[in-house]
Design a protein around this ligand. Structure first.
Ligand code: IPE
Ligand code: IPE
Ligand code: MG
Length: 243
């Protein structure tokens, strides 16, 4: 079975899951964090090399203050409790996104988890936190423009590889598979450049109900996809096409 080298997951539906149970949205976020933990371990055991989890978007800052604070609190709690386990499971942790906006205690916990797991060689686990792909691309463009203005680069030097390496995801490869739960079929400002040739897998399952067997379903759907990258697949008969 062909495994994706990089899976990116838009973990969506926590609020609706809680609402169905007549509970506050925060209840859904707590269950969602537990599910994230399980899926991280499952990907690690499955031999997936890279996993990016969309944990909080740059637009999520516009949610009610109480929900934002709660999300920051559970993130910090997750890091405090899980860092040791990540080390044990040989998982390297890092974050992409605008960390200047996260509270100081969360920022510290992120740094600590990053340092503690820096030497780990198993799963590369990336949390997209306070992340927005348009902001990421804007920053990269600005940085390249500054180098041109400083005379270090000529505009002709700018190519796709330079843009890729200027993004915060570098050196993680582009995602082969992007999963989104809860029935929504959009990217919501996630990995816009990097998703150029990603396979998409949408499921109605709400994130708090997502299990290891749902992950297996996504992986087996991926394994039978034909990725053509604009070319014709090797077993396509060109004569047949021209008839
Ligand atoms: C995803 O669940 C978690 C975050 C965006 C932080 P939501 O909170 O978006 O849940 P729904 O989409 O409202 O159900
Ligand atoms: C995207 O979900 C962000 C995360 C899952 C962290 P949202 O729930 O914020 O996305 P929209 O608003 O439905 O597009
Ligand atoms: Mg949502």
């Amino acid at each position: 079975m062909t495994l994706p080298k990089h899976i990116a997951i838009i973990m969506d539906g926590n609020g609706r899951w809680a609402q169905l149970k007549r509970k506050p949205r925060t209840f859904g976020h707590i269950k969602g964090t537990r599910v994230a933990k399980k899926i991280i371990t499952a990907c690690s055991r499955r031999g997936i090399k890279n996993l990016t989890l969309y944990a909080f978007s740059s637009e999520n800052w516009f949610r009610p203050q109480a929900e934002v604070s709660f999300l920051m609190k559970i993130l910090r709690r997750y890091l405090d409790r899980e860092t040791e386990n990540l080390v044990k499971e040989n998982i390297r942790f890092s974050v992409i996104g605008d960390l200047s906006r996260v509270p100081a205690d969360v920022y510290k916990a992120i740094l600590q988890a990053g340092e503690a797991t820096a030497q780990c060689t198993g799963l590369n686990l990336v949390f997209a936190l306070s992340y927005g792909s348009r902001q990421e691309i804007t920053l990269a463009v600005r940085e390249i423009a500054e180098r041109v203005a400083a005379g270090e680069l000529s505009p002709d030097d700018i190519d796709e590889a330079m843009i890729s390496t200027s993004l915060s995801t570098y050196p993680t490869p582009d995602p082969d598979l992007i999963v989104r739960t809860s029935g929504e079929q959009r990217l919501s400002n996630f990995l816009l450049w990097q998703a150029a040739y990603s396979e998409f897998y949408f499921t109605e399952v709400l994130w708090p109900n997502f299990t290891e067997s749902h992950l297996e379903e996504a992986l087996s759907a991926f394994s039978v996809r034909q990725r053509r990258y604009g070319k014709v697949s090797t077993n396509d008969n060109l004569e047949k096409l021209s008839n």
